[in-house]
Ligand binder design. Structure first.
Ligand SMILES: Cc1cc2nc3c(=O)[nH]c(=O)nc-3n(C[C@H](O)[C@H](O)[C@H](O)COP(=O)(O)OP(=O)(O)OC[C@H]3O[C@@H](n4cnc5c(N)ncnc54)[C@H](O)[C@@H]3O)c2cc1C
Length: 547
């Protein structure tokens, strides 16, 4: 469509929108990671998904869902409790598209067993692509997928819920879950007095004839329009996990009273509630007193998704930055051809390539953990480490990506300002940074032999890469120190860098060498663009990132 001209100036040297693109086909590092750690059989499907999520229509939905934030309707006009959250239609459309793509369930069979094959890697590729467009709605999607792991502790309940969870329909109606075409699940652990130390939970659970009655509060409970929540509460035998549906078994509305929605920095399309349970009905999941070990099965998967989404957000930042730099001229030369901007972009491309390889390598471990002890150990040791490093690196990365677009990066019409505001939450929720580092130490202490075997394997996979041997030695020393907790951040960062180099070495050996020489052999300076990459390496990295 031709726009009427301005009388004062012509519009030129502005970048065309990065829309109506194939977010899979354009992303060589992602394709290599899917082939290397997953399968060669899904390229066409992923390309279809990439084109759909890369369309201008999906980008418009992402913007609308964040500009028109959810509203809590506590009461109706007559003063009756309503406890419903209204979302913009774009949010529901995003949910429907993600459900249709199986993002909430494709790693499970309809019986709730791990789907096997490369299901984790393939779903991760989709999740990574969707997170480049809109991340807020992925909160209930990820919780639904993860809840299946905890529900496994209650086979009867799992068998009843699975056919509804496994449908690829999104059903936003407010109705009992067993009557719906599809359902979503949330999670309520955090209370006012503590989110990390959930053993301090005060919410109480009393046995009744048909289950339990739960009384108490949750200070954060996201996606409150989910059909049911996995909630922690204190029962007679201690902290216990419960399945709390929006409707009681007799079809009446359950006593789940939302107090208000959080006013958040980002993640604005997603509602996060403060809630009181006024004797709400719930059913036990797992044994009384085993609440943490039951829900940790779920949390392991939400942590995995935090890392995938953070890698996806950074990929989006890189793609927008590179696209802009190739179109925008400054001093008669495209930004992408200015040596200093090339240095910044190539360094960023290397970071994203490593993050992508790493999260996909982790997903392969999830795919194989049930049959291979080494992969199970990798999953346990590396999930918190990769969650820590990937999620914490995203905000600074997205700031740099925004800056590549200059002023256009900072305004809300573009996507980068939203990505930037979104990015810190993945590090904060599902176990904040320090907690992840302590988790790595716990995995080392509990399963020392298996963890050492993982470290040996990483050493083997990075043999000959610059700085790899020294990094392995630092990790081993730091973890052996009696005050290892104090040094945990350094050791976990080194561990993740080594694992990233190993993952890259499997699928893109030259990128692995560059990564190792700029991150392992020498500590990376605090800004991007501070490493000395040869011109042909920079060109290849940028070409791989966006042809
Ligand atoms: C947008 C949003 C949505 C959320 N949605 C949900 C939800 O749906 N369900 C839910 O249950 N929760 C939810 N949460 C809560 C979130 O999981 C918690 O905020 C998080 O677990 C941290 O708990 P906390 O806020 O109580 O902080 P604290 O537990 O007080 O921790 C504060 C800081 O101390 C650090 N720390 C803790 N222990 C140690 C230690 N031993 N040594 C060193 N450092 C330590 C932590 O790393 C953290 O940085 C949400 C949070 C946000 C921001």
């Amino acid at each position: 469509m031709t726009q009427p001209a301005f009388s004062t100036h012509d519009v030129f040297n502005q970048t065309p929108p990065f829309e109506d693109v194939d977010l899979f086909a354009l992303d060589r590092p992602l394709r290599d990671a899917v082939l290397g750690f997953g399968t060669t059989a899904a390229e066409q499907d992923l390309s279809e998904f990439g084109r759909h999520w890369g369309s201008a229509a999906m980008a418009a939905r992402g913007r609308a869902a964040n500009e028109n934030i959810p509203k809590l309707r506590t009461f109706d006009s007559r003063g009756n409790r309503r406890d419903e959250v209204e979302f913009h239609p774009a949010y529901h459309e995003l949910m429907a598209h993600s459900a249709h793509g199986g993002l909430h369930v494709s790693t499970w069979t309809v019986e709730g067993k791990p789907a096997g094959g490369a299901a984790e890697v393939l779903r991760a590729a989709r999740f990574y692509i969707a997170s480049q467009v809109e991340t807020g709605h992925l909160c209930p999607i990820t919780m639904t997928r993860a809840s299946v792991a905890a529900l496994a502790a209650e086979p009867g309940l799992l068998a009843r819920a699975m056919p509804v969870i496994a449908s690829k329909s999104y059903d936003p109606s407010v109705a009992p879950w067993w009557t719906k075409r599809g359902m979503t699940l949330g999670m309520g652990m955090t209370e006012k007095q503590g989110g990390t130390d959930v053993r301090a939970n005060m919410t109480r659970a009393e046995r009744t004839n048909d289950g339990y009655r739960i009384t108490g509060h949750k200070w954060f409970m996201s996606a409150p329009m989910c059909d049911a929540f996995l909630v922690l509460a204190q029962a007679n035998e201690g902290l216990t996990c419960f399945f709390m549906p929006r409707f009681r078994p007799d079809g009446s509305v359950n006593a789940i009273h939302f107090q208000r929605l959080k006013d958040k920095l980002g993640n604005r399309s997603n509602a996060s509630s403060e809630v009181e349970f006024m004797g709400a009905h719930a059913q036990r999941v797992g044994e009384e007193g085993r609440g943490i070990s039951t829900i940790i099965q779920m949390v392991q998967l939400t942590r995995q998704d935090c890392a995938i989404a953070s890698a996806g957000l950074m990929r989006s930042g890189l793609a927008h930055a590179l696209h802009h730099a190739r179109h925008r001229s400054v001093f008669q030369k495209h930004l992408a051809d200015q040596p200093l901007m090339r240095a910044v972009l190539a360094d960023m491309a290397l970071h994203v390539e490593a993050s992508t390889a790493l999260v996909m390598r982790l997903c392969r471990a999830f795919d194989r953990a049930s049959g291979e002890a080494g992969e199970a150990a990798y999953m346990r040791l590396l999930t918190p480490a990769i969650k820590y490093w990937t999620c914490k690196s995203a905000p600074a990365f997205l700031f740099e990506a925004m800056e590549c677009l200059g002023g256009n990066g900072y305004v809300e019409e573009g996507i980068l300002a939203r990505h930037y505001r979104e990015s810190p939450v993945n590090a904060i929720w599902e176990g904040s940074g320090n907690v992840m580092c302590l988790d790595v130490l716990r995995a080392l202490a509990r399963e020392a032999e298996a963890a050492i075997a993982v470290l040996d394997e990483l050493g083997e996979a990075t043999r000959g890469l610059p700085g790899a041997g020294e990094a392995a030695a630092v990790i081993a020393t730091a973890f052996r120190r009696p005050d290892s907790e104090r040094m945990a951040r350094l050791a976990v960062e080194k561990l993740t860098l080594l694992a990233a180099a190993a993952a890259l070495n499997t699928i893109a050996p030259r990128s692995a060498e560059l990564f190792a020489s700029t991150r392992l052999a020498n500590p990376h300076a605090s800004m991007y663009g501070t490493v000395d990459l040869a011109e042909n390496d920079a060109r290849d990295l940028l070409q791989r990132a966006l042809p």
